[in-house]
Design a protein around this ligand. Sequence first.
Ligand code: 5GP
Ligand code: ZN
Length: 111
Amino acid sequence: MSDCLFCKIIDGDIPADIVYQDDKILVFKDIDPKAEVHLLMIPKQHIESLAQLNESHHDLIAYMMLKLPDLAQQYGLSEGFRTIINTGKGGGQEVFHLHIHLLGGKNLPGF
Ligand code: 5GP
Ligand code: ZN
């Protein structure tokens, strides 16, 4: 998607502090961190939001979920972490490319 901010990050057209990537996903630091650790995990495939998922995304979503604890561990979040997926305008989503927030460490705000 040419006008999608996160697709531009995937394509390298917009810089980001990338911490992990493979053929399926990209993980980078949120530009406006809400806690000591605040990462965003996105699929390399453009999917607008959780509401657009269908059976064809089954393996991809499972893959993303299974990677989250690994990343949390890597970032020292041994005591726990928070994941958030905002979906649609009503869910507070601002960037319409599916992403999972991974938050933890100091200054984790109340929910
Ligand atoms: P949403 O509200 O859609 O769930 O979250 C979008 C997130 O993307 C926000 O936490 C915001 O700080 C982050 N963000 C927006 N623009 C950029 C950017 O250009 N680079 C990075 N790294 N994060 C961004
Ligand atoms: Zn996109």
